[in-house]
Write a protein that binds this ligand. Structure first.
Ligand code: HEC
Length: 274
């Protein structure tokens, strides 16, 4: 029997089986699934209503209801020192972003690899049409599955323990910076250094070995040696992309003119260790 004839015979047998013992997808499966989805959505709505209406605001804080407090800290949309971290099930993607650096290869980590894996997963039932299901007789599939699990497990682990620059830790660095860079006693530069350590700059920039490099941001240890000048620095901090076209650095205008001047003084005083 040719493989086409065999496929047709199998398909015919399948159709007969369905007729004899199966139920058609419409309306049975559709009704069943819709009902279940309604139940799930209903439970979620009920839980959020219970959470919202049993928790009470009291003075500045909140009194926890049956399902916990409304919030522990008020949301602050103006924060620049917040270090965003994904939920644990996205750690593997999160760590991919650390492996693939901005801007050269980031597209591989964010779009390339996940899309490729998804396309392979969708194509698989069309490519591999064998009926064999015993694990021992599907070595390629089994090895691939194990490798995928190991790779995702490793990336999840690496993502979970990946270190972030912590603003409070970085604050202790200011006296060391002042010493190393020789701006000790320059009050504006020291205040700027403190701002620098607390404003999230170290999330993208390396400064005398502290911080982490992200988005291709340059190291700033010797920024002052470039001869940009205070005015240029302030303009750049207010609107990075106005000065360096296409810059992904966020604007720090909200820090206020006074703070920007201190930051600029600090940057210009950073000539690199002697
Ligand atoms: C989200 C990442 C990010 C953050 C946060 C960030 N930067 Fe940047 N920064 C960049 C990138 C990318 C560049 C390179 C493009 C450019 O020059 O604008 C850059 C460039 C710079 C430069 C070099 C400009 C030059 O060409 O000489 C300075 C100085 C600088 N940043 C200071 C700061 C300071 C100060 C802070 C904190 C108040 C900060 N950055 C926060 C990403 C960031």
């Amino acid at each position: 029997m040719s493989s086409l004839e065999k496929n047709r015979a199998d398909h015919k047998r399948y159709k007969e089986d369905v007729k004899k013992e199966g139920k058609p997808f419409f309306p049975y499966a559709l009704f069943h699934d819709s009902l279940m989805q309604l139940v799930v959505v209903g439970v979620i709505i009920a839980l959020s209503v219970i959470w919202k209406f049993t928790a009470q605001h009291e003075g500045g804080g909140t009194h926890p209801g049956l399902l916990g407090p409304l919030y522990t800290e008020k949301a602050d949309p103006g924060t620049v020192s917040f270090v965003p971290r994904p939920d644990w099930y996205f750690y593997f993607l999160f760590y991919l972003l650390r492996i693939f650096k901005w801007p050269d290869s980031v597209i591989l980590g964010t779009v390339g690899i996940p899309t490729l894996l998804l396309v392979i997963a969708i194509a698989l039932p069309f490519v591999d049409r064998r009926r064999e299901r015993h694990p021992l007789r599907r070595p390629v599939a089994m090895i691939t599955a194990v490798l995928v699990i190991v790779a995702m497990g490793t990336l999840t682990w690496k993502g979970a323990v990946a270190k972030e620059p912590i603003a409070s830790e970085a604050g202790a660095l200011v006296p060391m910076w002042a010493q190393k860079q020789g701006f000790k006693g320059n009050a504006d530069a020291e205040a700027g250094a403190k701002l620098f350590s607390q404003s999230g700059c170290l999330n993208c920039h390396v400064y005398t070995g502290a911080g982490g490099q992200n988005l291709g941001a340059p190291e700033l240890t010797a920024e002052g040696a470039k001869g940009r000048g205070i005015d240029w620095q302030i303009k750049h901090l207010q609107c990075p992309s106005c000065v360096n076209a296409g810059s992904p650095m966020p604007s720090f205008k909200t820090l206020g003119a006074d703070n920007l001047k201190k930051l600029a003084t600090f940057l210009e005083a950073s000539k690199g260790p002697k």
